[in-house]
Design a protein around this ligand. Structure first.
Ligand SMILES: [Zn+2]
Length: 444
C-alpha cells in the first residue's frame, strides 16, 4: 500500500476494523523503516530484493543512467522496462519463479520488466492512467482466491496506490485522505472475509506493508534554487521536492556545489557523492549523481527546470510528499501480517524493510538470493523461524557495489503448519515507510 504512514492507525477520528482484525489475528510492527531516499521505486525494490538502494540500484523515482545514457521516469516512460535498471537486484518474484513457484502480480511496479531473464507467471501492468484503487484491489482478490484454491499460484502481490495518491493530493489529516483510508480498510476487511469464506484463512499468509510515509508540504517551505543553479553548468538535473539529483557538466562539479553551498539554506543539505552519509546505504551505486540535494522534512526544493511545487490538474498544488531522511518519523511505513506462519496478537519491534525479502523466501521455502536482511530483527514474528542463523561470506550483489553480508537466511528448516501445497502467500503492497537498521550491513 503505497504511502501508508505508520501512524495513520492512531488518528482519533478514524477506525480501522479491517486492520484491527489483522492486528488481533497476526503481527503488527510498531513501524517499518524505509530505505533512503524514502521514495517509491527505491523502496518497492528494497522490500522485494532485501537489498539496500546502493546494491539494487533503483536510486530514485526519476533516474539518469550515465552508463546507458537513459532516463527512468516513474510510471511515465517505457525506458523503465530495460532490464539494466532492475538487474542489480533479484526480486522475490524472480527468486520464486526460478525455483518453480508461480507468482501473480497485480499492478506491481516492475513486474512488467524482464529481470535476470525472468518474468512472473502473471503480471497485470501498472498503468499511470488508471491508479490502482480499492476497487481494483478487490477485483484482484476475487481473481486470486480461485488461484489459491486450485493450486495455480504460490504468491499473489497486489499493489494499491490509494494512500499515496490522496496523501500527495490532499495532505496528511485531510478529510479526503481519511475517507480514502477508510476505504482501504474496507479492502482489508474484504480480503479477510474472502479468505475465511473460502476456507483459506489458516492456509494463506497475508502481509500488508507500505513503502514509505508522507508529510505535508507547503509553499511557505520552499528551497528555491532557481537563481542559484546556473543551467549552463548542468548536464542533467532530476526530480524536485525532497531530493534532487544533479549531474554537472565536466569540471563543473565544484562550481555547482559551491554555488549551492554559498546559498546556505538552513533547510537544505548539499552532498557531493562521497559526502553522502553511509547510514543511507545509497552512495556506492553508480546511478547516484555527483551532487545530491536533500531537504529537511516538509521542505520542497525547486530549481531552474522544475520551478514550482508540483500541481495536479484537478486538485491543485501538491500537499504531501516523501523522500526525506528515512529516519524521520513521518517517513515510517507499516507492516501487518497474519496467517499460519505468523504469531498472533503481537506487536513487533520496528525493523528495516530490507528484512522482509528473507521472510517471504522462508515462508515460500525457497532459497533467498544474497541480501542485506538479518533474521535477528524479524524472527520473533514467525511461528516457525529458520534454524540458527548462519554467518555468510561477503556478497557482491551489484556490479557497482561490494556489500558485506552479516547474518543471512540460509536453507530453511521451515515447514508450513498445513499442507505445503496449500501454504500460499498473499501480499499487499501498501505505501511503505521504514527505518534504517544500523547493524544490518557494513560496507567493505
Ligand atoms: Zn510510494
Amino acid at each position: 500500500m503505497d504511502g501508508f504512514r505508520w501512524d495513520y492507525f492512531d488518528q482519533q477520528n478514524l477506525d480501522f476494523p479491517g486492520f484491527r482484525r489483522m492486528f488481533k489475528t497476526g503481527v503488527k510492527a510498531e513501524y517499518m523503516i524505509p530505505d533512503f531516499p524514502s521514495l517509491s521505486y527505491p523502496n518497492y525494490y528494497s522490500i522485494m530484493t532485501g537489498l539496500h538502494v546502493e546494491s539494487h540500484g533503483m536510486v530514485g523515482n526519476f533516474m539518469y543512467d550515465e552508463k546507458h545514457k537513459q532516463k527512468f521516469l516513474a510510471g511515465i516512460n517505457v525506458a523503465h522496462k530495460h532490464p539494466f535498471w532492475w538487474d542489480d537486484g533479484e526480486p522475490l518474484w524472480v527468486s520464486a519463479e526460478k525455483q518453480n513457484k508461480r507468482v501473480h502480480m497485480y499492478y506491481w511496479p516492475g513486474c512488467e520488466a524482464v529481470i535476470r531473464g525472468v518474468k512472473p507467471t502473471y503480471c497485470r501492468e501498472y498503468n499511470i492512467l488508471l491508479t490502482p484503487h480499492v476497487r481494483q484491489m478487490k477485483n484482484a482478490i476475487i481473481e486470486s482466491i480461485p488461484l489459491f484454491k486450485n493450486d495455480s499460484a504460490d504468491v499473489v502481490g497486489i499493489y494499491l496506490e490509494t494512500p499515496d495518491k490522496y496523501g500527495h493530493k490532499y495532505g496528511v489529516n485531510s478529510e479526503k485522505l481519511n475517507h480514502a483510508l477508510e476505504e482501504v480498510d474496507q479492502g482489508v476487511m474484504f480480503l479477510q472475509n474472502k479468505l475465511k469464506e473460502n476456507g483459506l484463512e489458516d492456509k494463506v499468509n497475508v502481509m500488508i506493508f507500505s513503502d514509505h510515509g508522507m508529510t505535508n508540504v507547503s509553499d511557505s517551505r520552499v528551497v528555491n534554487l532557481t537563481t542559484v543553479i546556473d543551467m549552463a553548468d548542468i548536464d542533467v538535473i532530476m526530480d524536485s521536492g525532497p531530493t534532487v539529483y544533479v549531474w554537472p557538466k565536466n569540471n563543473k562539479i565544484d562550481k555547482v556545489y559551491n554555488d549551492i553551498k554559498r546559498f546556505r539554506h538552513p533547510r537544505l543539505q548539499v552532498y557531493q557523492k562521497e559526502e553522502i552519509p553511509e547510514r543511507w546505504f545509497c552512495r556506492h551505486h553508480y546511478r547516484i549523481p555527483p551532487i545530491l540535494l536533500v531537504a529537511d522534512s516538509g521542505w520542497y526544493i525547486v530549481h531552474p527546470t522544475l520551478k514550482q511545487i508540483f500541481s495536479y490538474f484537478d486538485s491543485g498544488q501538491m500537499r504531501g510528499h516523501h523522500g526525506y531522511d528515512n529516519i524521520g518519523k513521518d517517513m515510517r511505513a507499516i507492516f501487518v501480517a497474519n496467517g499460519p506462519d505468523f504469531k498472533t496478537n503481537m506487536i513487533a519491534k520496528p525493523f528495516h524493510n530490507v528484512h522482509l525479502y528473507q521472510i517471504m523466501c522462508h515462508i515460500l521455502d525457497i532459497k533467498a538470493a544474497p541480501n542485506n536482511g538479518s533474521w535477528s530483527h524479524v524472527r520473533e514474528m514467525l511461528r516457525y523461524p529458520p534454524a540458527v542463523p548462519v554467518t555468510k561470506p561477503p556478497i557482491n550483489p551489484s556490479s557497482s557495489t561490494v556489500t558485506k553480508e552479516g547474518v543471512k537466511s540460509n536453507a530453511s528448516s521451515f515447514k508450513c503448519q498445513s499442507d505445503l501445497k496449500l501454504c500460499f502467500n498473499m501480499m499487499l503492497l501498501l505505501l511503505v515507510v521504514s527505518f534504517i537498521k544500523k547493524s544490518v550491513k557494513q560496507l567493505v
